[in-house]
Design a protein. Structure first.
Length: 634
């Protein structure tokens, strides 16, 4: 069995460099380690690079302020794939789903963390030539510089998709206009894509092979993702296969400026296909930890429990087998985790559980009307958790209707969702459960085994090389599944959407066991929804497909979100007494049209930036506070 527990990015430097760029909680311009003597050797730049990456662990792991900071989790909650759900006290999750807020700085943490990552990347880019690189070290130097550009582009893309127009800070040098808000459409996206282009041209033309680092192919893939959002959301390109948009680039090392068109993007994606060496896993289930070989063995040993959903898999396709799971053949870029979480880790950039993929905890089952939370006879093979972000009725119903209309069964539906009534017949709701749909999350779901000692132990504890983290709490500390940021399936579907060539999409459909269809925008939209359900891509896909309608209440996103109204949900544990899902204050379509899907900028940060940053529409004094203020519904 492959050893997964220790990540290739063992970033002790995440602690070492905590003070490196702790900005925005005090001042967004501060960098403490840009001296004339540091970095002085290549190893110093490697440490700076690790600290730049480590922001992803703080985003993807751990629980702060009652919410997981992973932006893709937030976008799942904001989409039509999830409800807020959880318990009565879980108001942040429900706020996200209803586009409301319970406090002025409720969504501040990601703003701080992303600017922290940007600051670290800026420092890495600016100081790299403090090192006297030899000619033999130029490839190493260029790779590290390319990774710095890549991470800055990535953090700015997430930041601007969350908060819209924000200050563009690409230097550690303090200037009077540093806090000035810039147009994401005209200024920030050209910088984002230029950073990815610099990364593409500076990094070596070879795969990182699951190391956790970016490579040329990751940069090419993210150029496409950024370009497609910019073209759709900002430029209103409704169908990329038949329309084009050209963006101006910024001249910097690795990027000569000029422009970038759709044809350029297509050529980059084709390079990933032709030269990257990626391929789809044979079985969709191989991507997810519920298909691990230990659980597969229990399904075939004739004893105790048997998880029949994976019984028909080939054992060599199990999650923990070579080429599957973490580091699999279609994983292009990801957040990695390891058994290094500690309760004592603290500070803005060092969450106590930052090395544990806490998505598994947030999406875990809450079962426990009689204190049976996590009991294997109720939830096997899945583990307990916070139960926030319940899959929506819409996701299940739309998927089921697509299967019925096409006369097929899509392996991805039950490969993504738990049908609680049919798969976990003994499951019971907590007495304070809200917005329960009857479905659970199977992707990223933590898994138990008969072989585990306790009801809520994780299967990871039985992996070779396992040692417990100092949390001494498997339910919170033992989540080591990579969080996928880019999969090869995305490259294939982006190519079809950009070119109209269905052969790329057909590969994804074939793997899912669904009919291979001709190109249409609607077909691509459906395939993206089914393939990436609950991976956080749906919301920004909806937004970019809405641009042509000006993000109005009749736009793609607004109508999809509003279709949630009236769905029958379980609340307060009353399984037999369902109620109709309603918006908290007005309607999903209105809140989307008013906000265009952006969150409010934290008031504390607006004040810190001398009020040079303006609040987003839909969250300002031009919108009645009653429409964006959290209301207790249950």
């Amino acid at each position: 069995m492959k050893k997964y527990i220790l990540s290739a990015l063992v970033v002790s430097s995440a602690t070492l460099f905590t003070a490196c760029n702790d900005m925005l909680d005090t001042d967004p311009r501060v960098t403490d380690m840009t001296t004339a003597t540091f970095p002085g050797k290549p190893a110093d730049v490697e440490s700076l690079n690790a600290a730049t990456y480590s922001i992803m662990n703080t985003l993807g792991g751990g629980d702060q302020s009652g919410i997981l900071n992973n932006p893709f989790y937030w976008w799942s909650l904001m989409s039509d794939d999830c409800y807020g759900s959880g318990g009565l006290q879980d108001n942040v999750a429900k706020s996200l789903h209803h586009f409301t807020t319970a406090s002025s700085n409720q969504y501040e943490q990601d703003f701080i963390l992303l600017y922290g990552g940007i600051s670290r990347a800026n420092n890495q880019i600016e100081t790299i030539d403090n090192v006297k690189w030899t000619e033999a070290q130029q490839a190493q130097r260029n790779q590290l510089l390319g990774e710095g550009y890549f991470m800055r582009g990535l953090y700015y893309m997430w930041l601007s998709q969350l908060y819209g127009d924000v200050p563009l800070i690409t230097t550690t040098v303090i200037t009077d206009d540093l806090y000035e808000q810039k147009s994401a459409e005209e200024v920030i996206y050209p910088q984002i894509i230029s950073d990815f282009v610099s990364a593409k041209n500076l990094m070596k033309a070879e795969r990182a092979n699951g190391s956790g680092h970016a490579d040329k192919y990751a940069a090419e893939s993210f150029i496409a993702r950024a370009y497609m959002f910019w073209a759709g959301f900002y430029k209103g390109v409704g169908e990329l296969a038949t329309q084009d948009a050209t963006i101006n680039l910024v001249k910097q090392e690795g990027c000569d400026g000029g422009t970038l068109s759709k044809a350029d993007v297509v050529s980059f994606l084709k390079d990933v296909v032709n030269n990257g060496g990626y391929k789809l896993c044979e079985d969709f289930r191989s991507l997810w930890q519920y298909s691990n070989s230990l659980l597969w063995d229990e399904a075939h040993d004739g004893k105790g429990h048997a998880y029949t959903f994976i019984a028909d898999m080939k054992r060599e396709n199990c999650f923990d087998q070579p080429g599957m799971g973490n580091g699999n053949t279609e994983e292009i870029f990801q957040i990695q985790f390891m058994n290094a979480s500690k309760w004592a880790i603290g500070g803005t950039y060092n969450n106590p559980r930052m090395y544990s993929n806490y998505l598994s905890c947030f999406w875990g089952l809450r079962n426990g009307a009689t204190n049976d939370n996590g009991k294997r006879d109720k939830t096997y093979p899945f583990n307990q958790g916070w139960g926030q972000g319940t899959p929506s009725c819409n996701l299940w119903d739309d998927w089921k209707n697509a299967e019925a209309d096409g006369g097929y069964t899509d392996i991805r539906k039950l490969g993504t969702l738990i049908d609680l009534e049919k798969e976990l017949a003994s499951y019971t709701y907590e007495k304070d459960d809200c917005e329960e749909s009857g479905y659970g999350v199977k992707k990223y779901a933590d898994v138990n085994l008969d072989a585990c000692a306790a009801d809520n132990d994780s299967w990871w504890s039985k992996c070779p090389g396992y040692s417990s983290s100092s949390l001494d709490n498997k339910q919170q500390g033992d989540h080591f599944e990579d969080f996928y940021l880019m999969r090869y399936a995305d490259v294939l579907l982006m190519l079809t959407e950009l070119t109209g060539d269905a052969s790329y999409m057909n590969q994804v459909q074939k793997r899912a066991g669904v009919p291979q269809t001709a190109y249409s925008l609607a077909a691509v939209q459906n395939e993206r929804r089914w393939e990436f359900a609950l991976e956080g891509l749906r919301f920004n896909d909806m937004r970019r497909w809405s641009g042509k309608d000006g993000h109005s209440e009749s736009s793609y996103a607004a109508k999809a979100l509003q279709a949630q109204k009236g769905k029958q949900i379980v609340c307060l544990g009353q399984k037999g007494a369902k109620r109709s899902l309603e918006h908290m204050t007005c309607s999903w379509s209105k809140r989307y049209a008013d906000t265009k899907g952006f969150l409010p900028k934290p008031q504390a940060q607006i004040t810190l930036m001398s009020n040079k940053m303006q609040q987003n529409p839909g969250w300002d004094d031009k919108t009645p506070a009653s429409e964006w203020t959290y209301v207790v519904l249950y």
